[in-house]
Design a protein around this ligand. Structure first.
Ligand SMILES: C[S@@+](CC[C@H](N)C(=O)[O-])C[C@H]1O[C@@H](n2cnc3c(N)ncnc32)[C@H](O)[C@@H]1O
Length: 624
């Protein structure tokens, strides 16, 4: 028998779902910067509507009011953009060359909430066609390891093509996931489980075809898969289970059964809390106590396809057992390293206090050395890990020890210098005086540091289970670099601009930025060509044409001021990619709007298919 919920859904959605949902576009930040994406569509004649800083419900009103010529950045996921339902993308060059994907916001939430760290290892258990696999790759900026498992040979091909098209680093596991036994992928830390389901949340789902027997088969498979995920990957810390179904049988019931069997080894995280209370639909708590912690996306209110997801974290006590699996020898060595570095750090702190100048000398060469190592790792080469084999072991430990010490020296030096700068500044400030730019920036960096302990000091790194030899996350390195700039260029306000434009260390300053700087220089040397006050004082009468250079400066200033999104955490990740790639020369294009277009963005094309201009139909969010 099908559930009552099932029948209710049929009644409720009969004329509500369908082609009226907006179009969601995910920017593939492995190939295109968010800023470039916005400029591209603005150039095509669309108006970019920045998401108001309000509640999720405020954002939903904006989506409802979106016109055909506007687009909006998503409230939760900064690489997702919302277009009017009639916007057509199938022939758009950004779509055909893998710079954007048509992925519903609800489905993108699964990776958003999995939130794997840079350098981590992720398993996508049911991966084809690869929307979430490629999203994970973009999320970790190809910095880590992704296993993409798919059992269906035809879908394996599609998956491979999508991975290639996206420029994602992911290893295809062309197998049934049940063939992956304990011990085969022991390095996996995050699992995405998005199994086959009824697809009852999809627009084109045919309720009349669904039968109780089919549903039972599906729920059996879903439970088996989730049990496999929770029991065969000893180092996994987080699992996100998702379906594009609105049936509790495939959702909270499956999760609840597995959690009962796991007997306290796993905890369901509250998605409400993870999304800072900015979500409206959750499971119903009556039948399954965990339901209220799980997310539902509903077409009529969230303006997405129907979707369910649950976030499961391994219970910390159980996690400690996983750590204890490492060999005794490894543990002793790790302890030694920790002790040596702790003592070194204490000694260094004393030194630094005595002579602040020394800090820069100690920290600078280390920083450069580390950047060289990082550059070598960029080609997807795995970061070396501790090997328990006798011969290789000691060498690796020495290498890791060296790297740990380097990281610690750097972070010590940074925090010390930062404290000194702030102390000096606060000493100089009078009450009521405006806080200088540099000071404000330092405060901001301190805030980031405080709110993101993982991104901070060496002590925090160790206590948050970042193992020696693991890379320090990019944002952390950015903070470090900015601090260096600050220290070495006390008069320069450029540091502030760099941070607001999300430039990662080592990355080139984007063209626009350089242009702005150049124009600022011109401004300084030619004050008449600049500010509003200057115009009046230089007798430019109403109606007189403002000189070209002047207009350009104003425009660039406007751009600078009007890009608040570029400073958000998520953008730091997503904007630090390929900004070296040239944006194709833009000519005025006509907007791709086709009011007769059908319901769902369900077309996926492989590389060769793109060239041949043929297409194969498949639900991009995976329902088969
Ligand atoms: C809903 S789709 C996944 C969609 C995908 N996560 C995405 O976002 O693009 C489910 C996929 O799981 C695959 N699948 C089902 N059972 C599997 C198993 N036991 N092992 C590996 N793949 C499986 C199906 O062939 C199908 O391609």
């Amino acid at each position: 028998m099908l559930s009552r919920a099932f029948l209710n859904i049929e009644d409720k959605f009969e004329d509500k779902i369908g082609p009226r949902r907006p179009r969601y576009v995910r920017v593939n930040t492995l190939k295109l910067c968010i800023e470039e994406f916005i400029s591209w569509f603005e150039y095509e004649g669309y108006e970019f509507v920045p998401c108001t800083i309000g509640t999720y419900n405020d954002y939903l009103s904006q989506v409802r009011n979106l016109t055909e010529s506007q687009f909006l950045q998503d409230y939760h996921i900064k690489s997702i953009f919302v277009f009017h339902t009639d916007t057509k993308f199938y022939d758009h060059e950004l779509y055909t060359n893998g710079r954007i994907f048509l992925q519903d916001k609800a489905s993108a939430l699964a990776v958003h909430l999995l939130a794997p760290e840079m350098g981590s290892t992720v398993l996508d258990m049911c991966a084809a066609p690869g929307m979430k696999t490629t999203q994970v790759a973009a999320h970790i900026n190809n910095n880590g390891k992704i296993y993409a498992c798919e059992r269906d040979p035809e879908r394996q091909n599609t998956l491979q093509n999508i991975i290639k098209l996206a420029g994602a680093h992911a290893e295809l596991i062309a197998k049934d996931i049940f063939d992956i036994k304990k011990g085969m992928l022991d390095d996996v830390e995050y699992i995405l489980l998005d199994p086959s389901c009824s697809g009852s949340g999809m627009d084109l789902y045919d309720y009349k075809q669904a039968g109780a027997e089919k549903l039972q088969k599906l729920t059996d498979l879903q439970e088996k898969l989730l049990r496999h995920a929770t029991t065969n990957f000893p180092r996994v810390k987080r699992i996100v289970y998702s379906t594009c179904s609105l049936l509790p049988e495939e959702n909270e019931k499956v999760v609840s059964n597995i959690m009962k069997a796991a007997k306290g080894k796993w905890q369901i995280q509250s998605v409400r809390e993870l999304l800072n209370n900015q979500w409206n639909n959750f499971g119903s708590g009556e039948a399954h106590s965990i339901a209220a912690r799980c997310l539902y996306a509903k077409p009529e209110s969230d303006l997405t396809k129907g979707f369910f997801l649950a976030v499961m974290d391994r219970n910390p006590r159980d996690w400690s057992k996983c750590i204890s699996m490492s060999s005794e020898k490894e543990k002793v060595e790790t302890k030694k390293i920790m002790e040596i570095t702790r003592q070194e750090k204490i000694a260094k702190r004393g030194k630094l206090k005595a002579n602040n100048k020394q800090i820069e000398e100690v920290a600078k060469p280390d920083f450069q050395e580390e950047e060289e190592t990082e550059a070598q790792n960029e080609g997807g080469e795995p970061v070396p890990t501790v090997n328990s084999e006798d011969e290789g072991h000691s060498k690796n430990v020495v290498a890791i020890d060296k790297k740990c010490r380097k990281q610690k020296r750097r972070t010590d030096g940074e925090s010390q210098s930062l404290n000194n700068i702030t102390d000096n500044l606060s000493g100089l400030l009078m009450e009521g005086e405006e806080i200088p730019k540099k000071k404000r920036k330092i405060d901001k960096l301190k805030q980031i540091e405080e709110s993101e302990p993982n991104a901070s000091h060496a002590e925090d790194i160790s206590s948050n289970n970042i193992t020696c030899g693991e890379e320090i996350p990019k944002k952390r390195r950015k903070i470090g670099k900015l601090k260096q700039i600050e220290e070495s260029e006390p008069n320069a306000s450029r540091g502030e601009d760099i941070s607001s434009n999300n430039i990662t260390c080592g990355e080139e300053i984007p063209k626009k930025r350089r242009k702005i700087d150049k124009l600022k220089q011109i401004e300084k040397s030619e004050p008449n060509a600049s500010h509003g006050e200057d115009i009046s004082s230089n007798n430019i009468t109403c109606g007189e044409e403002i000189p070209k250079k002047r207009r350009k400066i104003d425009k660039l200033k406007q751009i600078e001021e009007s890009e608040p999104n570029a400073s958000q955490g998520e953008d730091i990740l997503s904007n630090n990619i390929i900004c070296g790639e040239e944006v194709p020369k833009k000519k005025k294009r006509k907007r791709h709007v086709d009011i007769n277009e059908g319901a769902e963005a369900t077309q996926i094309r492989s590389d060769s298919e793109f060239t041949k201009k043929k297409s194969k139909k498949m639900n991009i969010d995976g329902s088969e």
